[in-house]
Design a binder for this molecule. Structure first.
Ligand code: HPA
Ligand code: ZN
Length: 334
């Protein structure tokens, strides 16, 4: 099963590029940019990655991002992630970036986007990996700051496909961003939002109704609301679930308690994703492996996660058909 999982064609829909910053690259960039880190060794970094909840992770994650200064740093970060994609047979990825984490430190918006975009273009030509970039607003900041970020995105619109919402869910519900999401939709962006990770199921319903989102990031708390659950099944509203993240941040005590396979068998459009792989212990294949070890599944069920991700992606229909065919062939021959 391990080999089947490693080679299975995959589509990733929930990864924060800043969350792919491995300690090795963090140290390299700190040295290159003359930044002092609060860690003396990789072992000290990994020791610090013991989280109690989402906030305890976010504090360290924003600190790590301080080493990213120049366009080349954002390029190197993204290129390293794409090489992980290649190793895991990820054919398409839709990745988040948090511009406010960088503009707040005086880094220009264009520096961030151009570095990421240059690596993504190289990913297409040299690795055959397609991608779409999603700009996330930090929900612990106010809506005025989100509007200012949307304004900065205007000159880079050709590089950004959709708008998302991340950071601390508790205390920062979807309704806080209704105005800026309405404006983003008017400008032609698709929308997604983190909801129902630590926050209640009502955040999922509100994100769907108020922010007009095309899919829900995390969303595992949907099981608390049977009417919402039924709606997700009948309307095939996708959830981008991040299993290793959910264990690291104690959304579930252990993988055996995770509801992703129950949701799959209920007919929800659930997908497997890595979220912040450098912090949570693994990339796409590691997430598939961890789920399948705790919840034995058939090869057809494992492959359904890829079919769901293709369906939930923002790729054009003809490309979706090509990926579906390729995935079906893999299942038939392995
Ligand atoms: N939740 C919210 N915000 C985030 C996450 C997450 O899992 N990862 C990076 N930013
Ligand atoms: Zn996330």
């Amino acid at each position: 099963m391990k080999k089947f999982i490693r080679c299975l064609p995959k589509v990733e829909l929930h990864v924060h590029i800043e969350g792919t910053l491995e300690p090795e690259l963090m140290f390299k960039l700190a040295k290159r940019n003359h930044i002092t880190l609060p860690f003396n060794s990789f072992a000290e970094v990994r020791e610090a990655y013991n989280f109690n909840n989402l906030q305890s992770f976010l504090d360290i994650y924003y600190q790590g991002a301080n080493v990213l200064i120049h366009e080349q740093d954002f390029f190197d970060l993204t290129w390293a992630y794409l090489q992980r994609c290649q190793a895991d047979n990820v054919l398409h990825t839709e990745l988040f970036f948090d511009p406010q984490t960088h503009t707040q430190r005086g880094i220009a918006f264009a520096t961030v986007v151009n570095g990421i975009d240059r690596a993504l273009k190289k990913g297409v030509t040299e690795l055959g990996i397609s991608s779409k970039l999603i700009l996330c607003f930090l929900r612990h900041l106010d809506e005025t700051a989100a509007f200012a970020t949307l304004a900065q995105a205007q000159t880079e619109k050709d590089k950004i496909f959709a708008i998302g919402l991340d950071s601390s869910e508790l205390g920062h519900p979807p309704e806080k961003f209704t105005g800026v999401f309405t404006e983003a939709i008017k400008q032609g962006f698709l929308t997604v939002a983190h909801a129902g990770e630590e926050g209640p199921a009502s955040n999922i319903s509100d994100a769907l109704d108020l922010l007009q989102i095309s899919r829900i990031d995390h969303g595992v708390r949907c099981t608390d609301d049977p009417a919402l659950l039924a709606k997700l099944v009948t309307q095939r509203i996708p959830l981008t679930v991040c299993p290793l993240s959910n264990i690291k941040l104690k959304v579930f005590a252990q993988m055996a308690d995770h509801n992703i396979v129950v949701l799959l068998r209920k007919g929800l459009c659930v997908t497997i994703n890595s979220d912040d792989p450098a912090y949570f212990g693994g990339y796409m294949s590691d997430n598939f492996l961890a789920v399948s070890e705790a919840h034995p599944m058939s090869k057809a069920e494992l492959t359904q996660f890829t079919f769901n991700a293709i369906e939930a992606s923002f790729i054009a229909d003809d490309e979706k058909m090509r990926l579906n065919r390729l995935t079906q062939q893999y299942l038939e021959h392995n």
